[in-house]
Design a protein around this ligand. Structure first.
Ligand SMILES: [Zn+2]
Length: 416
């Protein structure tokens, strides 16, 4: 049971846990349960308490407070949660992952399984921090799954460290491993009452030292163009081809307000899925802005485009539908700064130069924070998520374990 974070990560990475979009079951794929069941066994093996898996697959466990009876903080330390997700992104295969563990010696990294795939030093500034250190990649035919199996390995290793060293004092610690985060459903059946933590941290971030308390606010827009289909041989004056109207919509989407042209706090409108035939075409679009009211500005832009194209194609029917997805974590973080300050302090104690970085995406923590469980995010050392060039810094992963172990102790010290 004295596994390192790397041992654990390699064990979890080999289990296919890819989730699926538009599934009718929960979890979206049954294979996620393979890892969830293993984690139940391992949590029990380590000696955690209240280890459960519910009917949706959520695994929870407790590491009970270990303060001596006369400790001034006893009974006063809020319960702290740690959360990671077992599933990997549907955007790249997660089957038969073959992790490559090696020392990074500088330069670009060629992946043996696909000669076209190169992890370029110029596009990966974090590589330089790992010169002479161990990193992990896939062989290029699959993603690696550091998102978020590194997070799971970090939480498990932190739990093992605390259990093995009773002198490291902590309050009640709650652990949860969730399915289906990558398909936006990681908190759909998350039982807040059962979890019963006052604050929590997702371990689902990137580069060493990066901490996150801000995410995008997110809506999805769906534009549906209805036309009329008929055999093209007899179509004159009758056919209304929805594809042509959709083309006029796509050409009008702003090219400078796009993910490929923006960074930092800049918003975007991102068409990400298109389906079309004469009778009907559908375009799915992500709307993203750190300022929640900014989503309305992006929506107004789409409405303007749709109105213009309606006038050009009066025989089509064009619908624009907006679905709310998630909100910037910071909108709901509340005035209690402790959850952030303690994390910062823990990173400092781990010898890091921490920095708050806005996430150009969402986490399970975005939704949990909105539901009243403040939930910032901690780095894992993983990079290039969701694709075959994903890689993991083992040093980053180990420093994340250290940060989590310091974090629970900081909560005790500051509660005395
Ligand atoms: Zn993730």
């Amino acid at each position: 049971m004295n596994d390192t974070a790397l041992d654990r990560f390699l064990r979890y990475a080999k289990i296919d846990t890819q989730s699926a979009d538009d599934a009718t079951t929960y979890p979206s794929t049954a294979k996620q349960l393979d890892l969830l069941k293993l984690l139940v066994e391992e949590l029990n093996g380590l000696g955690l308490k209240d280890v459960t898996m519910d009917e949706h697959g959520y695994v929870m466990a407790t590491l009970p407070e270990n303060l001596p009876p006369d400790h001034p903080a006893r009974g006063r330390v809020p319960a702290i949660g740690f959360i990671a997700h077992v599933d990997t992104s549907p955007s790249a295969s997660g089957k038969d992952v073959k992790p490559q563990v090696f020392e990074y010696r500088g330069g670009d990294i060629a992946l043996s399984g696909d000669p076209n795939l190169i992890i370029r030093a110029s596009e990966n500034p974090a590589l330089l921090e790992n010169l002479g250190k161990t990193i992990v990649t896939s062989d290029g035919t699959t993603l690696l799954g550091a998102d978020d199996k590194a997070g799971i390995a970090i939480i498990m290793t932190a739990a093992q460290t605390l259990l093995a060293n009773p002198a490291l004092l902590h309050g009640d610690i709650r652990i949860c491993f969730t399915p289906d985060e990558e398909v936006g459903a990681g908190t759909k059946y998350f039982d807040m009452q059962k979890f019963n933590a006052r604050f929590a941290y997702t371990v689902d971030g990137n580069r060493l030292g990066e901490l996150n308390q801000e995410t995008f606010s997110a809506n999805q827009a769906i534009i549906m163009v209805h036309g009329r289909s008929i055999h093209p041989g007899t179509a004159k004056g009758i056919m209304v081809n929805s594809i042509r109207a959709m083309g006029d919509i796509i050409i009008r989407l702003p090219k400078d307000v796009a993910p490929e042209a923006t960074e930092g706090y800049e918003p975007f409108i991102h068409p990400h899925a298109l389906e079309g035939a004469e009778a009907r075409s559908t375009l799915k679009i992500l709307l993203r802005d750190f300022r929640t009211p900014g989503l309305k500005v992006l929506q107004d832009k789409l409405e303007e485009i749709v109105a213009e194209v309606r006038a050009l194609h009066p025989q089509t029917k064009i619908e624009l539908q907006i679905k709310e997805q998630y909100r910037n974590m910071k909108d709901h973080m509340g005035s209690d700064q402790r959850v952030l300050d303690r994390l910062w302090e823990a990173a400092l104690r781990s010898g890091l130069e921490p920095r708050w970085k806005p996430i150009r995406g969402g986490t399970d923590g975005s939704r949990l924070t909105e539901r009243g469980l403040p939930c910032p995010n901690i780095f894992t050392g993983g990079q290039n998520f969701h694709g075959a060039t994903e890689w993991l810094s083992v040093h980053g992963m180990e420093k994340s374990v250290e940060t989590a172990v310091h974090l629970v102790q900081v909560w005790v010290e500051k509660s005395s």
